[in-house]
Write a protein that binds this ligand. Structure first.
Ligand SMILES: [Zn+2]
Length: 393
């Protein structure tokens, strides 16, 4: 079983399997994080989750570590030490750092392109490990002393892959069928499982052999009835009011590969206030942001192809250098604000050709509790917001 590769099971299978093993609620919730972070790198997430289940006893721990170490796989510090020595083990700041370390460590063993990485949370990212274990089975006697370590993980993986989830039809939202004449029929056909789109969330309705025509025909055959037309949400006023060149706007070119969501941490400040703050003479900080959104409007404060200092991950950080930032205002009608934020986030993802998997929180770059409006209950509201953005796509 190669470590590198596409998921060999779905997220739902991973979650349902974890439930069946009486995993802790946290371990079940983290399945989504394991899944998304692994896909980002190109490692099969089922391996990572299975390994973590083995190492943590389905999140129950009970060995030398506990959950506060945010250590999903018993990774040791760069100096290492005995298995029973708590100080020999890494304590990560948060689960994202811990899980990324595990994934990077696996990717290093597997010899993935781009490894060893200069920028990793993996404390034992030793270049000599590169490519020494392309398969899970190879990990035996390497990642751990036991020669059956890898085959044990493969058995757990098989268990996950064999988990039956009733609802297997995944609703895919295509990025290229909005307002297409066959949009509803395509969705209908796809929901019926008759046709699938492509991995990049396109349907390519105009491709030769016109699939769209086929969908309309099949939809009719299957008794398709046109749904009521649901009015599109109002167009939000979008104004461009760029700040002049300054510390906050260094005019560094940027080709964004991700979108970062923030909230302002100020319950009174509107989008206009946030924009004005950037050019207020008493604001001597260099921090800046591209877009602010409230319940009434959107203001673009910096061009989306230039760097803003918003991510707290350093001068060369990927958050600062490769990510468009959206500040969600905490003032006004929250529901309307979130709806506007979802619409504008979806618009950016679409126009900049950024995957929804690359919509990040400020938290993901620096560990800061931001966007704080989503952080309660282990970021429950964040996952709801992701769904909202998918809806608005
Ligand atoms: Zn922030």
């Amino acid at each position: 079983m190669l470590i590198k590769g596409r998921p060999s099971a779905t997220l739902k299978q991973m979650q349902k399997w974890a439930e069946s093993k009486k995993a802790t609620p946290l371990f079940i919730e983290l399945a989504e994080v394991f899944y998304n972070l692994s896909i980002d790198v190109g490692v099969n997430p089922v391996i990572v989750y299975a390994q973590s289940a083995k190492e943590t006893g389905y999140g129950r721990f009970g060995g030398v570590l506990n959950a506060s170490y945010h250590n999903p796989c018993g990774l040791k510090t760069s100096t290492g030490g005995g298995d029973k020595d708590i100080n020999a083990h890494m304590k990560f700041n948060n689960w994202i750092d811990g899980i990324n370390a595990q994934i990077d460590h696996l990717a290093l063993y597997a010899g993935l392109n781009g490894y060893p990485k200069a920028d990793t949370t993996d404390p034992r990212h030793f270049p000599y490990l590169f490519g020494t274990a392309p398969t899970v089975e190879d990990l035996g006697g390497k990642w751990a002393g036991s020669l059956t370590y890898g085959t044990d993980i493969v058995k757990i993986m098989k268990d996950i892959e064999d988990t039956i989830v009733e609802e297997v039809v995944e609703i895919v939202e295509f990025i290229d069928i909005e307002n297409h004449w066959a949009e509803e029929e395509i969705e209908f056909i796809v929901e019926k499982g008759e046709l699938k789109g492509y991995n990049d969330n396109t349907f390519r309705p105009e491709q030769p052999l016109t699939r769209a025509e086929y969908c309309v025909l099949r939809a009719r055959q299957l008794g398709f009835v046109k749904k009521k037309i649901i009015p599109k949400p109002d167009v939000i006023p979008y104004s461009i009011d760029h700040i002049p060149k300054s510390d906050k706007r260094p005019e560094l070119a940027m080709d964004a590969i991700s979108l970062t969501i923030h909230s302002t941490a100020n319950p009174k400040s509107t989008a206009k206030n946030e924009r004005a703050w950037l050019t207020n003479s008493s604001n001597t900080r260099v921090a800046s942001y591209h877009i602010v959104v409230d319940d009434k409007e959107v203001i673009e404060c910096l061009p989306l192809n230039e760097v803003a200092w918003h991510a707290g991950d350093g001068f060369y950080g990927k958050g600062n250098r490769k990510s468009i930032s959206v500040e969600i205002c905490e003032s006004g009608d929250r529901e309307k604000t979130l709806q506007n934020a979802a619409i504008i986030a979806a618009k950016i993802l679409r126009e900049q050709n950024i995957s929804i998997l690359n919509m990040k929180r400020h938290f993901d770059w620096s560990g800061k509790n931001c966007p704080r409006i989503f952080s309660a209950n282990n970021w429950k509201e964040w996952y709801k917001f992701i769904e909202r953005v998918k809806q608005a796509y």
